[in-house]
Design a protein around this ligand. Structure first.
Ligand code: 6MZ
Length: 367
């Protein structure tokens, strides 16, 4: 098993047409898409050229352009910590409401438009940022305005808190989420993300309590790297999360806990491989959860560009011009279906069950 490499494009290319059709038509939920990690490269380029003639000097156009060129050329990461350095250039391009709205619209379309669409249902997540042009509340409202163009059974928003945030900033994010939820807006949950080694988790205890009391779903990136400590993991589990992101390096006792509490694990196969937290697909922790028929959700997440990750569309065309992180939900499912050495070789019945688990793990929309 350990020799399964796990390239989504090889997996897709190895499938028979009937298998592709099966995967395309399977209703799939994407529950872990980071907005700023999923903006199509052509949209970033458009935003960059418009920015070049604006007066925004917070970060130089040269740095932004270099960042985009790097994304286009294909970023190969040595380790997961290199990954977070990709975001300042992207953030410079989504720092006002109109640019943010455009980026959001493009990400939603990428997942939800088209027949059949990549995802039947999308929970988009994003970290509210205060900029000279908008408050954190306005950031969320801007994203929500776009999310709510789709019906509730297709799209909803998760508000992310970044591990690097100070307590009052994290609290502001969650309070905004709660307030909007109470107003009937389509915020369904909160997330904890960001550099896996940053921050002190007790900082966020009150925030997540507040979110739970307001009926929001809670999902937490947890044990994403080998260096995450047991204290970090136990503290996060004490927040009673409904879902967990990655959960790559849980110890045996924590895995038992997750199984006993039936907590869904959001699985991002390609992301883990490219960030080098998992060596090969054969070593991936998904195999542990599948063995116990434990709830998982297969997700794209946000994936660093790699030249080897060019997405092959179902019609056979290959493009450089999709997500900057060059993968698709279809590609992730292809990794489940393709026979070794391209994928895990699961049956249609097993994959149907996994897709259903994802749909069953959606957070509840406000009634
Ligand atoms: C942890 C991640 C991540 O929120 O600005 N993010 N956090 N682990 C990961 N695994 C690879 N991938 C993305 O989207 C970008 C932000 O999502 C988080 C990072 O904090 C990144 O800055 P938003 O829309």
């Amino acid at each position: 098993m350990a020799d399964i490499v796990g390239h989504a494009h090889d997996a897709l290319a190895s499938l028979m047409p009937s298998q592709l059709t099966f995967l395309q038509n399977l209703p799939k939920a994407e529950l872990h898409a980071h907005l700023n990690g999923c903006i199509p490269i052509h949209v970033l380029q458009e935003l960059a050229s418009e920015r070049a003639v604006s007066s925004d000097t917070s970060i130089s156009n040269e740095i932004v352009q270099k960042g985009i060129e790097r994304l286009k050329a294909g970023v190969v990461l040595k380790e997961i910590h290199d990954f977070f350095g990709l975001f300042p250039a992207i953030y410079a391009l989504t720092s006002n409401p109109s640019a943010l709205a455009r980026a959001t619209r493009a990400v939603l379309a990428q997942f939800l438009d088209g027949v059949p669409s990549q995802a039947a249902y999308l929970e988009l997540r994003s970290t509210p940022r205060e900029t000279p042009d908008m408050s954190r509340l306005q950031y969320i409202q801007t994203v929500l305005d776009e999310v709510e163009r789709y019906p509730p059974e297709r799209a909803a928003l998760i508000v992310s808190v970044d591990r690097r945030m100070r307590e009052e900033v994290a609290r502001d994010c969650v309070e905004c989420a709660v307030r909007l939820r109470k107003e009937g807006r389509r915020v369904v949950g909160v997330d904890l993300c960001g550099d896996p080694l940053a921050g002190e988790m007790s900082t966020f205890e009150q925030c997540f309590r507040l979110a739970k009391e307001a009926g929001l779903g809670v999902t937490l990136h947890i044990a994403e790297t080998r260096e995450n400590t047991i204290d970090d993991t136990l503290k996060l589990l004490s927040f009673s999360p409904d879902r967990l992101g990655h959960a790559t390096f849980l110890g045996a006792a924590e895995q038992d806990f997750v199984r006993n509490t039936n907590t869904c694990v959001e699985i991002c196969l390609t992301s883990n491989l490219l960030c080098k937290t998992v060596e090969t697909l054969g070593d991936h922790h998904i195999r542990y959860y599948l063995k116990y028929d434990h709830p998982v959700c297969i997700c794209v997440g946000s994936l660093p560009v790699s030249p080897s990750m060019n997405l092959i569309f179902v019609d056979g065309t290959q493009t450089d011009d999709t997500l900057p992180f060059r993968n698709s939900l279809l590609g992730e499912y292809a990794l489940l279906m393709a026979a070794p050495p391209f994928g895990l070789g699961l049956s249609e019945a097993e994959i149907t069950r996994i897709a259903q688990m994802g749909m069953d793990s959606r957070f509840k929309s406000p009634s």
